[in-house]
Design a protein around this ligand. Structure first.
Ligand SMILES: NC(=O)c1ccc[n+]([C@@H]2O[C@H](COP(=O)([O-])OP(=O)(O)OC[C@H]3O[C@@H](n4cnc5c(N)ncnc54)[C@H](OP(=O)(O)O)[C@@H]3O)[C@@H](O)[C@H]2O)c1
Length: 316
């Protein structure tokens, strides 16, 4: 009886599927056990620099703090010079042996003058010494309340794509030669669970899909060209930030904890990973659901968020 049940093709397909799923999840789980290669590989002389986009608040500033704590100098990018200078001074006070620089650039409505960022970064490196070895493509977010696609204006669509997709492509294009020069470099692209295709944030979700595909393609290209640049996508769940002020909890870390977790994944041998362990656990549950069930759960979550935002807007 038992022997005959193993002789059907379906049994072998089932066994192969089980082996695939087990292997897939084991590979993901091991990323949390490996030691980060960030400091050993990308900060050997101790004078290396990281550039973080959208660095004045939230996860971006969390990365700045954590990167300084791990021995790098940091260039903060943002749109508000005063806030950038304040954040840079804060880092200088807390990490007196680290150096900081700032790049002021609004990522919406970019023109080809964005190419000048490479010269600005080179000037900072020339003034203080060292090389750029880390780029954190963090700037992003929806920037407007969630809603159906037809509730977006022309400007909403343009800004969401500019902030989350266009700038990632442009800044990486510009800085890749600096990252590839000399020491090996690493690019961390901040993605989101929205890339599963969450409703009511359709444009934002699609831009994070862009970030994921960009990450896979660039990693393959850098390997093919022998560039010595590692490209890692970090899939992020909920994090409590000024742009997304949700209550902290097991599944909702602070920006600094999120940044620690993300940097700990460097060198894990995968291209896109969950940075934070509990986001991975959440992600596992969602990834195992059939699409219709995932849509049901995410629709009810996003609808609740939409109502909360509408209610808040009415009260203000
Ligand atoms: N928070 C979450 O739950 C969550 C979840 C998944 C993925 N993520 C991703 O994580 C990243 C950071 O999110 P966050 O929640 O930390 O965002 P946040 O708190 O809103 O901070 C965004 C940062 O980007 C800067 N910024 C915004 N618009 C800009 C512009 N037009 N030009 C230049 N800089 C600009 C902000 O500068 P100002 O200080 O001037 O505003 C700030 O420094 C994003 O890519 C987001 O998609 C976040």
């Amino acid at each position: 009886m038992c022997i005959s049940s193993w002789s059907t093709p379906l049994s072998y397909i089932g066994l192969a599927a089980l082996a695939y799923v087990t292997l897939h999840f084991t590979r993901q789980a091991t990323t949390f056990l490996l030691r980060s290669t960030l400091t050993a590989r990308y900060n050997r002389p101790g004078t290396n620099w990281a550039l973080v986009t959208g660095a004045t608040d939230g996860i971006g500033f969390g990365f700045c703090e954590e990167i300084c704590a791990r021995g790098f100098n940091v260039i903060l990018h943002g749109r508000n010079r005063t806030k950038l200078q304040r954040r840079a001074s804060e880092l200088n006070e807390r990490f007196p042996t680290r150096k900081t620089g700032i790049i002021v650039l609004d990522v919406v409505d970019l023109t080809s003058s964005v190419d000048g960022v490479a010269d600005e970064v080179s000037a900072i490196l020339a003034a203080h010494g060292g090389q750029l070895t880390v780029l954190v493509n963090n700037v992003g977010g929806d920037g407007r309340p969630s809603g159906t696609l037809d509730s977006y204006s022309f400007k909403d669509v343009q800004e969401t794509i500019a902030k989350n997709a266009n700038f990632v492509a442009q800044i990486t294009r510009i800085l890749l030669p600096l990252l590839a020069a000399g020491d090996p470099g690493v690019i961390l692209n901040i993605s989101s669970v929205a890339a599963w295709g969450l409703p009511y944030v359709t444009i934002y979700a699609a831009t994070k899909g862009f970030v994921d595909t960009f990450t896979y393609a660039l990693q393959a290209e850098c390997t093919a060209e022998g560039l010595g640049v590692e490209v890692l996508g970090l899939r992020v769940g909920q994090v409590s930030t000024p742009g997304y002020p949700v209550a902290l909890g097991w599944f909702v870390p602070t920006p600094r904890v999120m940044a620690q977790a993300g940097l700990n994944r460097v060198g894990c041998g995968q291209v896109i990973v969950y940075g934070y362990f509990w986001h991975w656990v959440q992600g596992l549950a969602f990834e195992m659901m059939p699409r219709w069930a995932l849509n049901m759960v995410t629709t009810s979550m996003l609808k609740a968020l939409k109502f909360q935002e509408e209610d808040k807007a009415k009260r203000w």
